[in-house]
Design a binder for this molecule. Sequence first.
Ligand code: ZN
Length: 376
Amino acid sequence: MTYACDACGATYADDTLIWRCARCGGTIDLPVVPFGADDVDTGEAGVWRYARALPDVPGRDRIALGEVMTPLAPMPVGGAGLRLKVDFLFPSGSYKDRGSTVMLSRLRMLGATDVFDDSSGNAGASIAAYAAAGGLSCSILTPASASPAKLAQIEAYRAQLVKIDGDRAAVAQAAIERAEQATYASHVYQPLFIAGCATAGFEIWEQLGRRAPDSVTVAVGYGSQLLGLRRAFKGLLISGAIGRLPRLYAAQSASYPALQDAWARGADDVEPIVLGTSVAEGISCRMPARGRALLASLRESGGGAVTVTDAEIGVALRDLASAGYFVEPTAAASYAAYGKLAGSGVLRDGDVHVVVLSGSGLKAGAAVAGLIREAR
Ligand SMILES: [Zn+2]
């Protein structure tokens, strides 16, 4: 595989430790890999079943924590065709482990010993977990104001916390500067991370009897999950394993609607927007770095974007918990968005719809319980 720059088209061998275009600073991507039924490694239980669609990492070089396929489970009150992809059932409690096992395995194989990322949330925890499992030295850059509860899990994995004064943008700038000395294991910029996230799409396809669903709704902050799904379903489409793409829907916070706004305007790229705060920290993102690709994901699949308020997220948390699913607010945003799409007739009852539940409610148990109480 070869990396290609999204902006200027420059290409780079995939055995170099690179995270963005050296010529213009643009985001880089790996080509979509055709993938069909014969490509599944049935000897593997989870992420690595789809190794043929992933950057090459021999079995002995993989940093794995026994990942298995996450459930594709029913939601009794959401319509007969609704399935929940229970992607919070990963070792660190979020779907980010899909990206981390693939990215850190490959980076270590290429010689990385010292990695870092900028995230005080699920990505930071996940990368710290897999770095610990793989014997890599790991630092996580966070705003100095990040809440101790969010940092506890990262510290538990013995990652070094580097607190940066200023807002999220200041942290991102510090990360770019640090990339001179250590390997930037970025959940936003690294195509390896998105390649790992694609495995959710392959699992959904297998779990539906090797068929694509009619739609998938997923919460979008920086969008690695949406881009991963796009990558998987395009690979399946190219190989002929499916006949059409599922419609992909992005759930965004009403306070951080950069993608939804650009989609609604018919724009080619996103612009930063912040209209307030949100309980859904995982999608509190003023502007995703891969805006063009995210917009293309929505348009080429015939999907779209929906915003949800904190109050709607609270109701979704309540309804999911009432059915046995205890998730974090960001995960509930996807279910709230699905409810709006189904309620307005955009998604037909009787079709097969998937909602991805990205993170566990146990990460912020007291806060989630409080939001559910308020919604009752
Ligand atoms: Zn470039």
